[in-house]
Every structure is written in C-alpha cells, then in structure tokens.
Design a protein around this ligand. Structure first.
Ligand SMILES: *Cc1c(COP(=O)(O)O)cnc(C)c1O
Ligand SMILES: [Zn+2]
Length: 422
C-alpha cells in the first residue's frame, strides 16, 4: 500500500503530483514528499516494520515508491554499534556508532538514497540515470544502474580519489570528469537534466532520492530498541542526510513508534569547507558559499543545496555545529579504528572529530546518549593515510630475525599511542 499524498513545497505548501520535479513553480522552494500519517496509524507499527526484510525496504511504507522495490534490495540495515571502548576513552556514558561504512553494495550512506531514486526512476520509465557527485554517489549510482540494467552517466569533479574512480568505473558507467569543483558539476547537471530528460538522481529526482536518507534515522531508532538518541552527530555536505534523519525521527514520533525525547541534531563539517557551521556560529540564516580545500572530499560542497534546512533543523532541535581540521580528521579516523575496529573515510573522521569537540565544549553532555553517524569507508580513500604509519622493514623468514623484531617492538611499547581524552 502507498501512503504518498503529494509533492509539497517546503515554503508555501503548494501540492504537486508525484512527478520528476525539484522546486515549486510559485517560489522556487524545494518540494518534499508528503504522506498520509493518519492512514498509516495502526498499519505501520513496530511489528509490521520488524516483519520486513533486513534492508532499508523494511520502511517501504514511509518511502515514496508505489510498487515493489526495484533496486538496493540488500542496502541499508547496517550495524548500530554500542561503542563501549570509544565511550570510555572519550569519557561519555552511552555512545553508538551507526556504521554505513559497510552499507551494501558500495560502502557509503549513498546506497540508501540511490536505492530509492533508482526504483523511482524505473517507475517513471527512465532508461538513463545520472548524478552530480563528490564520489560516493557516482559509485553507488554506477553499481545500482548496472544491476538494474540502466544506462548511467556520472558527473564528478576531476580530482577524486583513486579508490572511488576504480570503484565506480568497474560498473561501466560513462564517467564524465569536470574541470571544477562539485558546485560546478552540480550547476551543469541541472542543465543536463533539463536538456536530456534523464533521471539525474540528485537533481530532478531529488525529492525521492532524499527520502532514502530517512532510513539511516529509522534504523538508529529501531536498533536502539525503539528509542531516539538524545544527540545525533551527522556530516553535512549538500545537506540531505541531517534534515532527513530529523524527519525520520519526527515521523516515528508522529506514528507513536518512539517517545519524543527532544532529540538534538549536530552538524559536522571539515574546516576546509564549513559554510553551514560558520553560519551557525555567526547566527545567520544565510550561509556564504566557500571554495572547498580539505581531504574530506566527499563532503566538500561549498554551496549546499539544502544548507538552509540544515540550519533550521539544527537550531529548532537545540543542536549545534563544529568543524575539524585535516589533522584532526586523520586522528579521529585512527581513533575509531583503534577503539572500535571501524575504518572510515575522512567524512567519518570529520564527524567523530566534531563530536569530540562538542563533547569537550559541553554542547553534548557526557551523561546523555549520543549517536555518531559514520557514512563512508576508509578503503576508498587510502591515499589520505599515507605517511601516517611507521614503515616496518621486511625481514627474512628466520626465527632470530623475528625475535629481534619482537624485542624492538616491546622496547618501544612505551611509545604506544596515548589515549585521546575528550
Ligand atoms: C554524501 C555524503 C555525506 C553527506 O551528504 P549530504 O549531501 O549532506 O547528505 C556524508 N558522508 C559521505 C561519506 C558522503 O558520501
Ligand atoms: Zn512554494
């Protein structure tokens, strides 16, 4: 059953039919999918969800598709990890990691939004899909398009990490490298969507695409035993995931599936691209676009499409924002690996580094529950770790050489990394 009502303008509330559309004709406000929550009551329950597949499609009733899922049948339902060792090191009581670094099939949160967008593209009858991407989206679109038998054009900045280039190219999309940053790529993609009538997932299918991000929040709530974390720390790039996790929490509250604990949303950005955090600090509604310069390329969006809504949600929820430098991002990547056995890319390092700052500054109290959202995988961005580890010389396959090595290692054991105290 579908509970979709309309595409509704977030500014004036005008309704439009379910069609490829990004903005309202009256005021150019973004349109968002509206649902009939009254009709869901008693039908969308904890039990009905728990009986669903072990994928993001267990929340199908809260997603904007009419028929059966056509893509991403194994996407989502990633682990929520009680991060006890990291919590101890940071001196906080209750800490969770939502781990989308192992999302299927391309190891980032983007497999959620793409699963929904590609299903919708098929419902609309498109045969070609595309995207404007900082890397992970192109990787995911390429994989899902291949599996669905669609043609794909992925548009990216020219200077992406090798792991992402190989990762996307293997699926056989047309990879279009553009001389410029993400914002240049995005501008071109708006024109491409108009002219070629393709499904550019984050442009003309954006209202459907963004709904997929809610599933990250639904899962946090369900996996915490139908509760909300008091604090959720999320990275901000284009500004999709943070407001959508908030929307997910609000929908579960509306449906009576979780108690309203006044959840607070916190925004994490790299210092080399932090227009939203700057605006939060300055107390302004309007952020100033930036030219990105950071190792956190996947979240380096200087002019975020939904930045305005990130500011709104962070403020409304009583949350805050922080940014972290490249060295802080690398330290956080290593800390997460060392304490919880999770290897994330710089976007995840940014989120953890910012969470630590918010804990240190008291913006996140140490005795309240915290969820840190890890959105990407470190194996796609190994070049950022270059020079981070002491090189060990090769030894011959001889016991005495091994013994010598162990002795050296034990002697330098005092040089073990000092615990990071928040
Ligand atoms: C795209 C992306 C994000 C967040 O992007 P939004 O546009 O703000 O939703 C976060 N982390 C990673 C790894 C990403 O690829
Ligand atoms: Zn409008």
């Amino acid at each position: 059953m579908s509970f979709i009502k309309a595409l509704r303008c977030k500014e004036c509330g005008a309704d439009y039919p379910i069609e490829p559309r990004t903005v309202c004709d009256h005021d150019f406000g973004p349109v968002e999918v509206a649902y009939d929550y009254e009709a869901m009551r008693g039908k969308v329950t904890r039990d009905s969800i728990a009986a669903g597949p072990r994928s993001l499609w267990r929340y199908k009733d809260l997603l904007p598709i009419n028929g059966e899922p056509r893509a991403g049948l194994r996407s989502g339902y990633t682990p929520l990890i009680p991060a006890k060792k990291l919590a101890a090191e940071l001196g906080v009581k209750e800490l969770y990691i939502k781990d989308d670094s192992v999302n299927y099939p391309t190891f980032s949160y983007k497999d959620r939004v793409v699963a929904v967008a590609i299903t919708k593209a098929i419902e609309f009858g498109f045969d070609t899909v595309g995207c404007a991407s900082t890397g992970n989206l192109a990787h995911s679109v390429a994989a899902h398009a291949a599996a669905a038998g669609l043609q794909a054009f992925v548009m990216i900045p020219h200077d992406l990490e090798e792991g992402k280039m190989v990762g996307m190219s293997v699926f056989g999309p047309r990879v279009v490298k553009i001389k410029g940053n993400y914002d240049d790529v995005n501008r071109l993609c708006s024109q491409i969507a108009d002219k070629y009538k393709w499904a550019i997932v984050n442009v003309n299918l954006r209202p459907f695409y963004t709904e997929g991000a809610k599933t990250h929040g639904f899962e946090i709530a369900e996996q915490m035993g139908w509760q909300l974390p008091r604090h959720t720390v999320l990275p901000v790039a284009g500004g999709t995931i943070l407001p959508k996790v908030w929307k997910a929490y609000q929908e579960f509250i509306t449906l009576g599936l979780v108690k309203d604990n006044a959840p607070r949303m916190h925004a994490a950005q790299a210092a080399g691209c932090n227009p939203i955090v700057k605006a939060l600090e300055e107390g302004t509604d309007l952020f100033r676009p930036q030219k990105p310069n950071t190792i956190a390329k996947s979240i380096a969006i200087g002019n975020p499409a939904d930045g305005y809504y990130v500011l709104k949600v962070v403020r409304e929820s009583g949350g805050s924002g922080a940014s972290s430098t490249d060295p802080e991002i690398l330290d956080a990547i290593k800390l997460l690996a060392r304490t919880e056995g999770i290897f994330t890319e710089p976007a995840g390092g940014t989120t953890l580094a910012c969470a630590i700052k918010l804990i240190q500054s008291g913006r996140i109290p140490r005795d309240e529950s915290i969820c840190v959202c890890i959105t990407g995988n470190g194996l796609k961005t190994t070049e950022v770790m270059q020079g981070q580890f002491a090189a060990t010389p090769a030894i011959n396959a001889k016991m005495n050489e091994f013994d010598d090595l162990v002795r050296q290692i034990t002697e330098s054991a005092n040089a073990k990394p000092a615990p990071v105290k928040a």
